[in-house]
Design a protein around this ligand. Sequence first.
Ligand code: ADP
Length: 447
Amino acid sequence: AAESVNRNLRNTILQLFFLFFSQEDKAAQSLLNKLIRNNLVNNTNQVEVLQKDPNSPLYSVKSFEELRLKPQLLQGVYGMGFNRPSKIQETALPMMLAEPPQNLIAQSQSGTGKTAAFVLAMLSHVDPNNRYPQCLCVSPTYELALQTGKVIEQMGKHYPEVRLVYAIRGNKLQRGSKLQEQIVIGTPGTMLDWCSKFKFIDPKKIKVFVLDEADVMIATQGHQDQSIRIQRMLPKNCQMLLFSATFEETVWNFAQRIVPDPNIIKLKREEETLDTIKQYYVLCNSKEEKFQALCNIYGAITIAQAMIFCHVNKATISYLALWELSREGHQVALLSGEMQVEQRAAVIERFRDGKEKVLVTTNVCARGIDVEQVSVVINFDLPVDKDGNPDNETYLHRIGRTGRFGKRGLAINMVDSKMSMNILNRIQEHFNKKIEKLDTDDLDEIE
Ligand code: ADP
């Protein structure tokens, strides 16, 4: 019996551990995406719209002028270099700016203009003459809240009467004080305390409530309840807006508890395909041979930028570091799990700018990163899930290209055991696309 208790305990601890790291990973991934992205992602899909009232006309705008924004805000929008609304903004903005305000649940991948949209809605709805909070925006982490805050500051640059405050742990206010800032942005726990326990905010005066990154939010224990408790304190006519990059069942259930009578907008992710990719594999007998093959390949394709994926493993990293030394004059950038998100973003940005030609990365930090111009991807280790099965999704994401924007690319997989050959075969079967054998002593064929 004692053994079974022990086993249960161990399982619980393992589960908690997993939960902790997966949620940290989600927030970190999302932050990383924000830090490295400075323009909209390409998306050729149509938005799907589900209106609360299907008979009401659906407005969509092709220009910011049509929205009749305050001149200060229009100036802010153009100052940020935006020429026209993004795909999701075309429909979301008229809904959010309508009178009376409408509620909205919107889902689209990161980089499609959600943040800019709700920031514009918040800035449009505040009355700067009233010196009390009118918009609340909750984010999953302090860092993410800060990123949204920066957008508010940029867009509101010519509207200095509107002020912003962060409801985050560590931001201590005098007991009994009342906030004068019109926009409050923060994490759910502190936001809730400020509304209820400390009464720094009068929730009854809130006009717009934004819940950002709902999918990241629900991954954190407690955030869901706290958000719902904040929502319950708000007046009936408060506009509720919820945004998410993904839309699993759990997110959807949560969204419906937060947003009554919603309009719903969805934009599907652009499909990735292997059609424009030439895939090869290299057969090696050991890690040393993989390493040698890598040097040969690199010698043959020096012009291109390459990304090399390997497992998190000290030995692999030191091999690759050694390789870096052997390549005099060639800068190799390294991205590893131990780095802070900001450090990772800096590395990716340097690579993006072409300052380094090769980016070596471990699996953990590479998910969700799009480095579009990379034409050569090398799987030094094949992607496998935690049970050792092929991770097809990751494989596709690493080397796949999106629809019509896809440039031609080259993927090279390193195989060094029966097991990895088996994984390669299963990946090949899954995608039903031939992965050809490459002889690294004779690399003419890939040019
Ligand atoms: P999301 O919240 O969906 O991740 P963001 O609002 O952060 O998307 O927008 C992604 C990037 O695109 C940001 O760098 C932002 O400044 C930029 N952006 C947003 N809207 C527009 C637009 N209408 N025109 C040009 N760039 C835009």
